[in-house]
Unconditional design. Sequence first.
Length: 345
Amino acid sequence: MKFSLFVHMERSDLSKPHVELVKELEELVLLAEKAGFETAWIGEHHGMEFTISPNPFINIAYLGARTTHIRLGTGTVVAPFWHPIKLAGEAAMTDVITGGRLDIGIARGAYSYEYERLFPGLDAWGAGQRMREMIPAIRGLWEGDFELSGEFWSFPPSTSSPKPLQQPHPPIWVAARDPSSHEFAVSNGCNVQVTPLASGDGEVTSLMERFNAACKAHPEIKRPEIMLLMHTFVAEDAAEAERLTNDLSLFYCQFGAWFQNKKPVHQGILEPLTEEEIAAMPQYAPTKIRENLVIGEPAEVIARLKAYEALGYDQYSIWIDSGISHERKKKSLQLFIDKVMPAFQ
């Protein structure tokens, strides 16, 4: 099982400069590259300091000039916010700039907060249908002289300029949850990204079962890769594990509030949660977070990851966004590198 890093700029304090966040992002990715991580993943989000990444290709091009061999992936671009010609061209240019190290992850998106600002009236179903039209379209554009008369986009024969360095094109990953998404990804020869969020190991198993069912239904397709994305933090002792658990509990409550899209947002920062609002999300209580996320001392983390490896996951991605300080993120990542990774070599 390979390891990767899922990482964004984030802040809750407006006095912390964005330029400082860029340097911290670079430091974490360089640490992952030095340790032998397969990929660093960066997604797309708009108008929120909770996750700062309006165009992941910009971040990836920047990191591509400062790294030498780690792969750099979009985890993920939001399909309905792009035109196929624009996405195909920007992805291809990024692949050229990074020396053929781009992986492109594509999703329908999740936040109604973003939908109502960038695409008013869009819902999850409509976003998913646009993603399904997008993937064959960008493949066609990379091949060249591709014409589309679709439900959502139409254009005369067109060719991506430039074309990707990787042939026939960079690996495509689909963020999948429900069985139909797995079926679409596998039937189209795409790799799959899954996350249980904070739902626990039962969901980890269920996601693999959905992927395996899709593979079984399409024996004519070579088995794609599947990546598991989870918040993962290594602690040096029980006290540090408890502190991390409490921090991630608050992070997930904030995540839930962003997802509900009901609280006011000022300067890209969500209004602080009240004790009542936190209590109304018992699924993110510290006891549940400790059980469902991968937080603990090295031996505990190794045992959890060995179980995921046995299920058949090809890549395990450490989701490091958490609202904690950069120094604490770096400490956890270094403990993972020093104390956990050797068990998988």
